[in-house]
Design a protein around this ligand. Structure first.
Ligand code: SAM
Length: 266
């Protein structure tokens, strides 16, 4: 018996998404229609989006620096503003750099760096098993390895003192502000990916405390912060013996702190 055609066409998907409150209904409809492989999948994807799942979780991928990154359910969706952090890292790293993507989530940052810089030796880690599974897809494709555990704890011991670029887009939302986040983040991204403790800097303080031990001489730690938190974040970095500077992008509304381990004196 012939299969009836899916009742979902571009106009009906747009109308459905618009009625559910999707502001960019036409763009989303295009992406969903080009990703769904069967009519049943298309219907399921539209239903999930109408139920409020983030578009990237519905699609199973996000665009980051022009590449598709796999995003599994519950895993933090890489934000476009974080592309600025990768810009800053690229300006510092040379070919063959040893790169660690700490708190890697999908692994988007490390994977992007490895794709854009020749010969990178890439390691990534995260505490959330779902993120680690997802990152393995993205980071393995970039020739890297992913470890599961608390911050530096799962990394190979032999990396200590060898890291040229330490990417650490840690959770930095103050606990009290989690209820103010958009529902897509609050309900569909893991709490551990968002919650930075009372002032948002709890995870960061543990990262900066360990950074000098893992960085090579002249190597840098890079992390994103909010404009409001930047001064305290810089104080944390300098308090742990690194030279700090900030970089900002008005276009992406992004603030990045770079902490560099002073080169050893000859
Ligand atoms: C804000 S998300 C960033 C993910 C990714 N770096 C990105 O920018 O898309 C923070 C990530 O840190 C991880 N994380 C939180 N606490 C951690 C810890 N103590 N050790 C390792 N990873 C941690 C979370 O699981 C989450 O994937």
């Amino acid at each position: 018996m012939p299969v009836p055609p899916s009742p979902l066409t571009f106009p009906t998907v747009v109308t459905t998404l618009r009625a559910a409150g999707c502001v960019f209904a036409e763009d989303e409809a295009r992406l969903i229609l080009s990703t769904a492989r069967t009519p049943a999948e298309l219907t399921a994807m539209v239903d999930r989006r109408v139920d409020g799942l983030p578009l990237e979780h519905v699609l199973g991928w996000a665009e980051f620096r022009g590449r598709r990154i796999t995003v599994d359910p519950g895993v933090f969706v890489p934000r476009r503003r974080t592309e600025f952090l990768v810009d800053q890292a690229l300006a510092l790293a040379g070919p063959g750099a040893v790169v660690v993507d700490l708190c890697c989530g999908t692994g988007a940052l490390g994977a992007a760096l490895a794709a854009e810089l020749a010969g990178v030796e890439l390691y990534a880690s995260d505490i959330d098993p779902a993120a680690v599974r997802c990152a393995r897809t993205n980071v393995a494709a970039a020739g890297g390895r992913v470890y599961e555990g608390d911050l530096y704890e799962p990394l190979p011991a032999g990396l200590a003192g060898r890291v040229d670029v330490l990417l650490a887009n840690v959770p930095y939302v103050p606990t009290g502000e989690i209820p103010l986040l958009p529902a897509e983040a609050r309900l569909h991204e893991a709490r551990v990916a968002l919650d930075g403790g009372a002032d948002g800097l709890d995870v960061l303080r543990r990262v900066t405390a360990g950074a000098a031990r893992w960085l090579a001489s002249g190597g840098s730690l890079l992390f994103e912060t909010s404009e409001r938190q930047a001064a305290r974040a810089v104080a944390t970095v300098t308090g742990d013996g690194l030279l700090a500077r900030t970089a900002t992008s008005d276009e992406l509304y992004a603030t990045v702190v770079v902490g560099t381990k002073a080169p050893a004196r000859p």
